[in-house]
Design a binder for this molecule. Structure first.
Ligand code: SF4
Length: 277
């Protein structure tokens, strides 16, 4: 069907109504191919929910479940980051590497930061902060740790994110207002959100899905937008690219290893011969 005919809005209206009627299907996972499409889906969803709730209110049928919707989009760090070193990175790989260099558990431990992910407590249940936070300016100045990650770890991991539809801009503004990393806030929020919009890979690529999507409810509705792209995404996700020079280097290493093993075998055989002759 051509674009602009209302496919997304139709799907969203239908599925959100179904969720309202069948609360046990608590999550809609909407997979798109690009960040632009992802944001468009979230904007459409915002309009659909607003219209639906206006109609329900007019009919005196507006319920708590209809108003308490959390919808979140998840994309790469570079698109959901507040740290200048990452937002100015040349490539997505560089951005990920810079972020990891500031947030890896061993890096944080070496700077005495409060430990994290593995000790996650009840999702979004308000709890006492775990440690004091080093001022943002200080951390930004020395690039050792990310202040937004530290603040998210201290305050955000167990806190309640207000209901609403979070487009990328909305999530960035929310992160900025709280001083929390928007990427990790979104990543954490997808576990409790009613609607999650993200890239195909987050569900189809086993390397990423194992990290991001493993806690998502089994009773979810999954939509693949432009699903004719699925085979290409799967081929890409499950393929490994090897360079010729890497294969040549492996071959060289194997030959050296074989020669060394042969050498040791020969010298051992010689020693045994000498001892027992
Ligand atoms: S933790 Fe978040 S804000 Fe900090 S560098 Fe990484 S993505 Fe950016």
């Amino acid at each position: 069907m051509p674009t602009g005919t209302g496919k997304t809005v139709t799907l969203l209206s239908f599925i959100c109504s179904y969720q309202l009627r069948r609360p046990e299907v608590s999550k809609l996972i909407y997979c798109t191919r690009t960040v632009g499409e992802m944001d468009k889906v979230l904007q459409e969803l915002e309009r659909v929910l607003k219209y639906r709730n206006e109609q329900l209110a007019r009919e005196n049928a507006l319920t708590d479940a209809a108003t308490k919707i959390l919808a979140v989009g998840l994309t790469t760090r570079r698109n959901l980051c507040l740290h200048p070193s990452v937002t100015n990175a040349e490539s997505r790989e560089d951005a990920d590497a810079i972020c990891r260099a500031m947030t890896a558990s061993w890096v944080r431990a070496s700077h005495g930061a409060a430990s994290s992910q593995s000790e996650s407590r009840g999702l979004f249940e308000r709890d006492a902060p775990r440690s004091s936070v080093v001022p943002t300016e200080e951390l930004l100045a020395n690039d050792s740790l990310c202040p937004y990650y530290e603040k998210f770890e201290t305050e955000g991991r167990d806190a309640l994110i207000p209901n609403g539809v979070y487009t990328l801009d909305a999530m960035l503004s929310f992160g900025r207002a709280r001083g929390w990393c928007p990427y990790y806030t979104a990543r954490h929020a997808i576990n409790v959100a009613n609607v999650v919009v993200y890239n195909y890979q987050y569900l189809l690529d086993p390397k990423i899905a194992g990290l991001i999507s493993r806690e998502l409810a089994r009773e979810s509705i999954v939509v693949f937008d432009e699903a004719h792209n699925i085979d290409n995404v799967c081929i890409e996700a499950l393929s490994v690219n090897l360079r010729h020079d890497a294969l040549n280097r492996c071959m060289g290493n194997l030959q050296r290893l074989t020669a060394r093993v042969r050498e040791i075998k020969d010298s051992d055989a010689e020693r045994l011969q000498t001892e027992y002759s």
